[in-house]
Write a protein that binds this ligand. Structure first.
Ligand SMILES: Cc1cc2nc3c(=O)[nH]c(=O)nc-3n(C[C@H](O)[C@H](O)[C@H](O)COP(=O)(O)OP(=O)(O)OC[C@H]3O[C@@H](n4cnc5c(N)ncnc54)[C@H](O)[C@@H]3O)c2cc1C
Length: 571
């Protein structure tokens, strides 16, 4: 096939890639996006869509004004010796401008996170809110025929394919059988979704990360970006040291794409690259013991391509992946979906135990902290696994992982072995292979503490983040003083096994403040940029707040585009 020409070639169509693509196109560059999978969006399309963007315009408009030194000091404290001031400043200075750019010049709109606290509320300079944003719901019809190319949300997190927005909307779904207003809301949503399925064969009210990708893709198409799906990049083209394009395997054959200004690698890191997982994740001895919930197309291609041009993958982060407890959901074809447990752990009436029947952490802490605690609690070499345990009332109210709350049927999830059930705790323990006596003692102790409202072992429910993850109105109705703690009282009891997984990876190509990939001498490689999780995380393996992958992905994509267009971002 004859070669293609452009100014910017973006490899990968998640937030990291599309942020750069849209920005560059708006700055007048001719842009091609190459996506390996048949649909665009990557893990971003499955995500919550939350972005950590301190000092963003929506917070400022709500009166939450903080100097750059505040989030900078929070990062300095959280990241310790791995704090990189140049990159942190570049990110924090650019983040508000990036938001202003997208909300005024593109189809992307945001909803505020003014009540969303940082993960570590006890740390100095942590915020109680105003440092994050989410993509606003988006009407899929704006994508026209290209809606067919948008990766749908992760099926296990939807109801018949309908994405549910976090926050108030999700609360309505939990309360649908308890509160008339919630039942009314849910009924309307389900009916509208049913109509979408009849007319369009998919939901059209897009939320969370799916809305983020749909808005970015719509903006990309409107700005003339060519987005090619089923086109994996196979190798980079170089002229001397400079990267000048890439070779794509397209459905029509192999094609060279020449890019005058640069190439952005944005292939979503290495969540499904067993070799790199084995090398960088100590708990994944063969690589296969780490079950990432990230998109299956993210097999480390961007990191390998970057290395061929002299780039370096950082290996000095405190943790190479954004860890999360994941359960393995049996599928009809014998495979397993990877379900990330992000929501129910903080609700009142759930505990997590190891096979010794003992709790090991504050279940309402972040998914990353939960996993770090599990890894620390287990003797070296022991399989990384734990059980989330609840009673019947909890199961039907909140569900457990991929097992949905009432009125959705629970039977199939028990029949396929995903959920373990016991009429008594002893029976449940036997089914799971947990120490039964210890489990009963753990539950008795937890129940006493739940009724008193104080977790003497792990301080559950004491931070603003814990509160947000809990359910204060329901706990108050029950007379439980702690929004994250309720007793596990009446059987049957249930458990779901969780294993080591992640939302994505942190370790990536070393870059500078313009997102340029650096060589072994720390010098930028001309024409080569990294975005999203192909870029070594600014957080160096720490996880200070929700949205710390998508916020930097959006911001550094925007910065990279300005750099290659030779245009400093306007203040
Ligand atoms: C359920 C869930 C919820 C999450 N919620 C949040 C959240 O709210 N906030 C947050 O910050 N993070 C969240 N995350 C993590 C976040 O989604 C990822 O960190 C982020 O989407 C990564 O963006 P990316 O652009 O690097 O990669 P992706 O969005 O995964 O995009 C990479 C793309 O590159 C493509 N690709 C791979 N190789 C090639 C190749 N050779 N050629 C061409 N294309 C290629 C892939 O197919 C993919 O489409 C969540 C993750 C999950 C699983």
């Amino acid at each position: 096939m004859s070669p293609l020409d452009c100014d910017l070639l973006v490899i990968g169509s998640g937030a990291g890639g599309l942020s750069a693509a849209v920005t560059a196109a708006k700055l007048g560059l001719k842009v091609i996006v190459a996506e390996k999978e048949a649909q665009f969006g990557g893990t971003t399309a499955w995500s919550g869509g939350w972005m950590w963007l301190p000092r963003n315009p929506l917070a400022v408009e709500a009166g939450i004004v903080e100097p750059i030194d505040e989030p900078l000091a929070y990062l300095r404290h959280e990241l310790g010796e791995r704090f990189d001031e140049a990159r942190a400043r570049a990110f924090l200075e650019a983040a508000p401008r990036m938001v202003e750019f997208f909300r005024t010049k593109t189809a992307l709109r945001f909803i505020d996170g003014n009540a969303i606290p940082d993960f570590h509320g006890r740390a100095p300079h942590a915020s109680l809110g105003g440092r994050s944003l989410c993509a606003a719901p988006f009407d899929g019809r704006r994508l026209g025929a290209r809606i067919a190319d948008l990766k749908p949300p992760l099926p296990e997190t939807t109801l018949w394919g309908m994405g549910i927005a976090s926050g108030a909307e999700l609360r309505h779904f939990f309360n649908a059988l308890r509160k008339p207003a919630s039942l009314w809301y849910v009924t309307q949503r389900v009916l509208a979704h049913g109509k979408d399925l009849l007319l369009h064969r998919r939901g059209m009210r897009l939320v969370n990360g799916n809305a983020l990708i749909a808005a970015l893709a719509t903006s990309a198409f409107e700005a003339g970006v060519e987005v090619r799906t089923s086109c994996p990049a196979r190798r980079l083209l170089r002229d001397g040291e400079r990267v000048t394009g890439a070779v794509l395997a397209t459905p029509e054959g192999v094609v060279e794409v020449h890019a005058r200004c640069g190439v952005v690698l944005a292939c979503g890191g290495f969540p499904h690259d067993d070799d790199r997982k084995r090398a960088l994740l100590p708990h994944a001895r063969t690589g296969k013991e780490h079950h990432s919930a990230a998109s299956r197309g993210n097999t480390g291609d961007g990191l390998r391509l970057g290395e061929t041009a002299g780039g370096q993958v950082a290996t000095d982060g405190v943790q190479a992946a954004a860890l999360a407890p994941v359960s393995l959901v049996p599928q009809a074809d014998g495979s397993f979906a990877h379900f990330p447990h992000l929501v129910e752990r903080g609700k009142p009436g759930l505990i997590a135990v190891t096979r010794r029947g003992q709790r090991f952490t504050n279940e309402a802490d972040s998914y990353h902290d939960f996993m770090q605690a599990l890894l620390a609690a287990l003797p070296a070499g022991e399989p990384v696994q734990a059980w989330l345990v609840c009673d019947h009332a909890f199961m039907r109210h909140y569900g457990l992982g991929a097992a949905k709350p009432a009125p959705m049927p629970l039977g199939p999830m028990i029949a396929n072995g995903y959920v373990q059930r016991g009429q008594t705790l002893a029976e449940l323990a036997r089914a799971c292979g947990i120490d039964g006596d210890a489990l009963q003692q753990t539950v008795q102790r937890f129940n006493r503490q739940a009724l008193a409202g104080q977790d003497e072992d792990f301080a559950k429910g004491e931070t603003a983040y814990n509160h947000m993850q809990g359910d204060a109105p329901f706990a108050a109705e029950q007379g439980w003083p702690n929004p994250c703690m309720g007793p596990l009282e009446r059987g049957p009891f249930y458990a779901v096994k969780v294993v080591a997984g992640s939302l994505g990876t942190f370790a990536g190509l070393r870059t500078n403040a313009h997102a340029q990939v650096l060589d072994t001498q720390g010098q930028p490689i001309a024409g080569l940029y990294a975005g999203g999780n192909d870029m070594n995380s600014l957080m160096a393996g720490h996880y200070p707040s929700g949205g710390i992958t998508l916020g930097p992905a959006m911001t550094f994509g925007w910065l990279a585009a300005h750099h290659m267009a030779g245009r400093l971002p306007s203040p």
